[in-house]
Design a protein around this ligand. Sequence first.
Ligand code: NAP
Ligand code: MG
Length: 493
Amino acid sequence: MSAIEPTRAAPAEPDALPWEYAPAPESRDIVTIAPEYGLFIDGEFRPAAGGATFATVNPASEERLAEVAEAGPADVDAAVAAARRAYDRIWGPMPGAERAKYLYRIARVLQERAREFAVLESLDNGKPIRESRDVDIPLAAAHFFYHAGWADKLEYAGFGPDPRPLGVAGQVIPWNFPLLMAAWKLAPALAAGNTCVLKPAETTPLTALLLAEVCQQIGLPAGVVNVLTGAGETGAALVGHPDVDKVAFTGSTEVGKQIAEAAAGTRKKLTLELGGKAANIVFDDAPVEQAIEGIVNGIFFNQGHVCCAGSRLLVQESVADIVVERLQRRLTTLRLGDPLDKNTDIGAINSRQQLDKINELSAAGDAEGARRWSPPCPLPERGYWFPPTLFTGVSQSYRIAREEIFGPVLSVLTFRTPEEAVAKANNTPYGLSAGIWTDKGSRILWMAQRMRAGVVWANTYNRFDPASPFGGYQESGFGREGGRHGLEAYLDV
Ligand code: NAP
Ligand code: MG
């Protein structure tokens, strides 16, 4: 049980901010949202065969943005058949150097149209424009650039002289980084010579559909990329389709297990990127101000809707009071509100359903005896919002220390020795990521060797690079995305 209390009540007025920011909204006119969107199959947009549609909303306002086609089994058949034709006749036989040209074109158009993509992402997802503009869209472009570079060099990737693609990839992605997850899936698959059928999340289909328009714009051969919007049933139909050779899924551990069961006993190759409950570990010799920024970035970036979020702060007992106090002061300066405002730090929670989950787990934290703290933070009346929240007095058995909240909620625990930090950090069924904050390089290496986590950050957090493999252990899934390891998942090696 942690000894720490929030030692000083947060200032009633955010005294750290002596000024008010004027509104600085990004213009939403840069993007044109159509009233309706079809499925992208064989290079064309078309309505679902059964005519079904669903609405996607702006979670910051609950405004309906567009009506989107909902793919049924006939549409899944059509998309997989289109991808198969494109694989057999065009994309599979095409020399890597030619495939690379298409990937470079996609990357360049993502850069050219970056503002449009960023605004659309923030509208559909609720994330601050500062993040969609500076993280999601540039990283998505970087993934296409990086993998374009591999397309004609696969024989040098260490997988033998002539590594072959797998065929048709069925790819299902979540709503937290909609365009970026699409890029993580499509870029390596295409570079390796596969064709794709992508299912974006129900609440965030719009940037994947804009990416489909980019595929048309750059003249990508029909059927190489297909986008099927829909809900979980569409995803299940896609990953269960008998003519899909490779399944790639990012999402919850629960759905990941169902997909693993469905794929077992088939010839399909499978990679799963699932949930996490990462420890962000702060030692007493860490540079405190830097660590505070890293803690904030670790859990409040993207409203905490991050699989590798540093949702458990493990802080050495001797510095716990000062770290918590400074963290509270820092949190009072965070600005929550309109995602399109360039000064916003915390945007909207992506959906009512996710907000309910965050509320439920936070209430469990209260009931189990943890102490909840949030800065003074008025929430907008419409839309889905949750203030940045700290729980202190958290014990390892509490649900908020074990379960993925996927929201802006940090559980603070303490430790005394490095051995105890390792034991507590690894005390989770997940194993996606971890953070270590210390002045000593030897301690970083000692800790990193003992962390059961796919990614370990040292004196930084939530850093991503297309050259760096990302993925988990245990219930965080298997397989890697990014780098040479990520290519392997799309090659017959
Ligand atoms: P989710 O419910 O598992 O959904 C992920 C995707 O799967 C969505 O497109 C979803 O469609 C679809 N889906 C739902 N049921 C399906 C089924 N039975 N068969 C096939 N597809 C199905 O997860 P989420 O709530 O959207 O995302 C949050 C979770 O994703 C968190 O647990 C988070 O940790 C994890 N995540 C992991 C990573 C990683 O790289 N490891 C990255 C991001 C997120 P609908 O949207 O229509 O439900
Ligand atoms: Mg939406």
